[in-house]
Design a binder for this molecule. Structure first.
Ligand SMILES: *Cc1c(COP(=O)(O)O)cnc(C)c1O
Length: 431
């Protein structure tokens, strides 16, 4: 049986490459940060990882692939990183690392359990309290990832008699979460409030209605129209759920994300978010909001009941990242200043950017192979960015998504713009 499947998959992989849709994974040789080391010539999709610096393991055990792709010094370079979700520059922050180490010393490496059996330490409760305090919500439930938070939030709460109304550009994990439940599904065109209102009307006979949206849309970098969404939801007696993964920590004066930025705190019933982006960037996520909903999710949410508890080191590191985020208006200002500087200079250079005010700046190239080639040449110029193509964005809407961080300096941003200008001219993207 596999023989046929093998040929079929090989053909599909080859056609992905031809169309410029194949996603090469580049191998980073340093911790995450403003400047990173990258292997510049990986051999194929499974290029072997580099040995940790200091040379672990006898050289004799290295495979041919490792020798070729992994540890050849000439194949590594230092580059400025413009594609991490490291919005506040906390991903390798010494205090976060220290807190994670202390949590591991104090609480151990792993719990080997889900929360309700023997996977809840006071550390986990402490993180839930800290998130609730930070987001000004009633309670919070942790998950291994925000993907799981979204995968586990709909199915326990909504059934056949209910309706879920989604923005068409919502993150894949929200889409999958909705698919896992039996509620009626309605979709509105991206940020189209007339269509949302119509969908709310169409769902008037449902027992419960819930509008769910990204706070910041990950591929376009724009912000949901939460004041309008909350207003419509109130008028039509619907709940509101916001996935604020690309905002928590760095948007809003206190870093509390899009509800704070747009003045709708208390009107959003549920927030799902990640610890894998601005808040230290390790992993983990949560659902935060109305106490009774969170209490019920603890009883019924499948990724919570059937998946391991957050590792203590991650919980401890995230607690510190939250503390730093809460106390860092200066970091937030730097992130947004860098984004503004980049947008202005790139627009002046003639690049086609999607408009917005977040630290996600999509540089539109439309054609998939062009986006791939541009990212490749930028890497050679010391700027690490990635071309995004189908299925992450629609076909014919390929782009380079640039992400700014508080870790960047204004000089870094200038360096990036200079490289974009040079490569953009070589490829005929700008004059
Ligand atoms: C990144 C992201 C997620 C997934 O978060 P993980 O914690 O990495 O699973 C979910 N939703 C949105 C909107 C995201 O941007």
């Amino acid at each position: 049986m596999f023989g046929r499947m093998k040929e079929d998959l090989a053909r599909r992989l080859a056609s992905l490459r031809e169309e410029g849709l194949y996603k090469e994974e580049r191998v980073i040789t340093t911790p995450q940060g403003r400047e990173i080391g990258v292997e510049t010539s990986p051999r194929g999709p499974l290029a072997a990882p580099a040995a940790p610096s200091g040379g672990a393991g006898p050289a004799g055990t290295a495979t041919g692939a490792q020798a070729e792709a992994g540890n050849t010094p000439g194949h590594q370079s230092r580059v400025l990183n413009f594609c991490a979700n490291n919005y506040l520059g906390l991903s390798s922050h010494p205090q976060v690392i220290q807190a994670a180490k202390e949590a591991m010393d104090r609480w151990g490496y792993g719990l080997s359990s889900v929360r309700f059996i023997c996977g809840t330490q006071s550390l986990h409760r402490q993180l839930e309290f800290a998130v609730s305090e930070f987001l000004l919500t009633e309670d919070t439930i942790l998950y291994a990832a925000c993907f799981d938070a979204n995968g586990g939030v709909f199915e326990p709460l909504f059934g056949e008699e209910d309706a879920i109304i989604s923005d068409e550009l919502n993150h894949a994990s929200l889409i999958d979460g909705v698919r896992l439940c039996r509620a009626q599904r309605l979709r509105y065109a991206h940020s189209d409030m007339a269509e949302l209102e119509k969908a709310l009307g169409d769902a008037r006979d449902a027992r419960y209605r819930v509008v769910c949206t990204d706070g910041v849309f990950s591929m376009d970098g724009d912000i949901a129209r939460l004041p309008d969404i909350c207003g419509l939801a109130e008028r039509h007696d619907a709940l509101v759920l916001v996935d604020d993964s690309h905002a928590t920590g760095y948007l809003g004066p206190g870093g509390r994300g899009t509800p704070e930025l747009l003045g709708v705190e208390g009107r959003v019933d549920l927030i799902t978010t990640t610890f894998g982006k601005a808040l230290g960037g390790a992993s983990g996520g949560c659902t935060s909001g109305r106490a009774e909903i969170i209490a019920y999710l603890r009883q019924r949410s499948r990724p919570y009941l059937f998946s391991n508890t957050l590792a203590p080191a991650v919980a401890g590191g995230t607690l510190k990242a939250l503390e730093l985020a809460a106390a860092s208006p200066e970091r937030r200002r730097r992130t947004l200043d860098n984004a503004r500087q980049f947008r202005e200079a790139m627009t002046a250079t003639g690049f086609d950017l999607l408009p917005g005010e977040t630290a996600i700046v999509p540089v539109m190239l439309y054609e998939e192979p062009l986006a791939v080639e541009m990212a490749r040449r930028l890497l050679a110029e010391g700027i690490y960015v990635i071309g995004f193509s189908y299925p992450v964005v629609p076909r014919g809407r390929a782009r380079i998504r640039v992400q700014l961080s508080a870790a960047h300096t204004p000089e870094d941003v200038e360096t990036a713009v200079r490289a974009f200008r040079g490569v953009g001219r070589e490829l005929g993207v700008v004059a």
